[in-house]
Design a protein around this ligand. Structure first.
Ligand SMILES: [Zn+2]
Length: 215
């Protein structure tokens, strides 16, 4: 079976005194909206606003007023979700323009999609890679999204990034496993059990270490 093709983002082109292109979500909108259209049978359908061409000079354009009217009807039929937000996005974009402006929707070409994703990737790398002061010690670090599975966005220097492992759930799992093994091994002797508990406590103590400023 060929791999499922990902939906590309939609573009809303508004042509008028203020020409503007809006990049919209990448959902399979045609199929999502069809049910709502079937129930209300609006004068125009989503596909009436969709064009394949990129050149507005050679295509049949529609008025922003018509698209706004369509959005208003269809949005009342859609439950909260991506399709609803998609239509709301179009409505909000059109509000910024004269209702006599011309407009059309089209899906991005594969090239445009690739370029957009490359740009987003570049921006995201630039954002995450930018040097920032470490949240713990203030030395130069960078931002991490849930480092070692710790549920937080933290800015950490290299050292505190590595130390943070002791605060992760992987480390907690290790503590539990080590304690369980020790407890099984020394069962029968209260002194040995206390030793096992002491070792486990030391491990638990290590969980706080990453947050020490002096380290
Ligand atoms: Zn640090």
């Amino acid at each position: 079976m060929p791999p499922a093709q990902k939906a590309r983002n939609w573009r809303l082109h508004v042509i008028g005194t203020r020409k503007k292109t809006y990049i919209l979500d990448n959902l399979y909108f045609g199929s999502l909206v069809r049910d709502a259209e079937r129930d209300i049978t609006p004068k125009r359908c989503f596909k009436d606003f969709v064009r394949e061409e990129r050149n507005p000079q050679i295509i049949d354009l529609l008025s922003a007023k018509d698209l706004s009217a369509y959005c208003e009807i269809i949005v009342s039929e859609l439950g909260q979700g991506r399709a609803y937000n998609f239509i709301l996005g179009i409505q909000n974009a059109l509000k910024r323009h004269d209702q006599n402006s011309k407009c059309y929707l089209r899906m991005q070409t594969q090239n445009e999609q690739d370029e957009m994703l490359a740009r987003q990737e570049w921006r995201s790398q630039r954002f995450w890679g930018k040097p920032r002061p470490c949240d713990i010690c203030g030395k130069e670090g960078k931002m991490y999204g849930s480092p070692w599975g710790v549920p937080a966005v933290l800015t950490l220097c290299k050292r505190h990034y590595n130390l943070l492992f002791f605060s992760s759930s992987s480390f907690t799992a290790i503590i539990i496993a080590v304690f369980a093994v020790l407890a099984i091994l020394v069962m029968g002797s209260i002194f040995q059990l206390l030793t096992a508990m002491f070792i486990a406590s030391l491990f638990l103590f290590l969980r706080a270490v990453p947050w020490w400023k002096k380290l």
